[in-house]
Structures are given as structure tokens and as C-alpha cells.
Design a protein around this ligand. Sequence first.
Ligand code: 8X3
Length: 257
Amino acid sequence: MTTPIAPASRIAVITGASSGIGAATARHLAAAGYRVVLTARRKDRIEALAEEITTAGGKATAYPLDVTDRAAVDEFATAFKTIGVLVNNAGGALGLDPVESGDPEDWRRMYETNVLGTLHLTQALLPKLEASGDGTVVVVSSTAGHGTYEGGAGYAAAKHGAHVLAETLRLEIVGRPVRVIEIAPGLVKTDEFALTRFAGDEARAAKVYDGVPAPLTADDVADTITWAVTRPSHVNVDLLILRPRAQASNTKLHREV
Ligand code: 8X3
């Protein structure tokens, strides 16, 4: 069966679209025919990306948004009658500290962005997704949502939360015209993920990928998200775990050093 081309009127909202997986997903979904709405806190970044996509012949608009701000999310949702796709990508890791000494403030912020951010957007846009008659919610979780590793508890707890949100929502809305797709990437080398985790420490961030022959790229994940979203609407990719070949588990990573 061929991949259905999304009608130009289909809207895809992407959170965390200012960089990494979110920005790549915006480019890929626009190339697949979606009218993409880019959201993130950094207005300059999403405006530049919207301009880039438009110049390349796609349809894109930028809407500055903090997913943890519920009132702002509700206001954002009023801009739409229907949307086809919501990609909950905003989130990330803060720190790699043991449970014994982890900063509760980091844990709180990770829960707020990765879980409550996804909850806010999903609650606000679910009626619009349903109104489209064929909606898709994507939750970009992580392999950390399906297992843990030393130092990863705060992030793994938040990503387990995102996973549970996706799984529960799928149970609760079965029979309604909205799919819930969870994409769980492992080691992805992006400009900012590790840098954010280590509060801007470039040397420490670079070590995450040291000697790993080919970590996943943001494009690899965006390609997978786009593939899942563009399956015929009765096909629901519940959960897809995606790792580089060099990573056999959360704690088994091949390095050539
Ligand atoms: C990113 C994967 O291994 O850094 O979500 O937790 S990991």
C-alpha cells in the first residue's frame, strides 16, 4: 500500500521545535505535506525554521509557547478548529546524579516538561484532533521510559510517566478517531540534549558520544515519526523503540576507543 499524501489542510503541531528532534520532525512532516505549526519557547529559532520551511515550498508557522504554562497552551489551542497531528516532543534531561544526591528541583522540572507539558498539549488539543476525524497524538518518550540506568532516575521517572500517559490514553480513547503513537529513542546525538543535561558543560556532553560509531541523528528519529504518522489511519504504531546499532540496551553501548 502506498503512503497516503496528507492533504495540504492537515495541520501538525510540534512542540520543542526549536532544535534537535523537534526541528527535524517539523522539516520531515512539512516535506510529507503537512502544514506545520512550530512551538517552543525560543521565538527567534522557530521563526527562522518556519522561514526555512516556507522557502523550501512547505507550509509553516511559528508560535512561541512554553508547554508548562497551561493558560498559554489553552490560549494556543483556540487558534484551531481541527488539527491532524500533535507531536509531543518538548522535554529533556537535567543532570546525571544518583538518587542519593539528585537535585529535587531538576526532578520537578523534568516532570513538568516531559509529563505535564505533554498532558497540557494533549488535553488542550484532543478535541481538535478528534474533530479532524483522523487525529494522531505522538509522544516522543525515550528508552529511559522503558528501563533505567545509574544516574538516570530523575529522567527515567519522567519518561516512564510520559510512556504511561501514552499507554493509558490509548486505552481510554479507543473507539474514537485518534491514534496514540509512542516513539522511544535511545542514544541520539543532537546539538542540545547532552549539553542541557550537563548544564552547558561541553566536554562532559561530548563524552556521551565518545567513540560511538554512529549514534542516531535527529533526522533518523524524525524519519521514524513521519513514517509512523503517515501509515493508513487504521494502523496504530503503539510503541517503537529506536536505538543505534551500537547500543544494545540502556547500559550496553559499544565505543571504539
Ligand atoms: C535519551 C536516551 O540514554 O540519554 O532519551 O536516557 S538516554
